[in-house]
Write a protein that binds this ligand. Sequence first.
Ligand SMILES: [Zn+2]
Length: 59
Amino acid sequence: MTPRFHNIRRIGPVQVASFLSRGRNRHLAACTAPRCDFSAEYDSRSAAELAARTHRCSA
Ligand SMILES: [Zn+2]
C-alpha cells in the first residue's frame, strides 16, 4: 500500500511529509535535488523539519 502523505512542506530543496505507517505517524524528509539521495524517516515532525533545515546538499 502506498503511504498517504500529508502536511507536505518544502524547506529549501528538502520536502518534509508526514504519513501513517502501521497506525503510527511517521515523518519523512527527502531532498529533491537530482543527484542528492538524502532521505530519512523520523518519529517526530520537528526532527524531520530540523533535518530539512540543516541539510547541506551535496548535489
Ligand atoms: Zn540534498
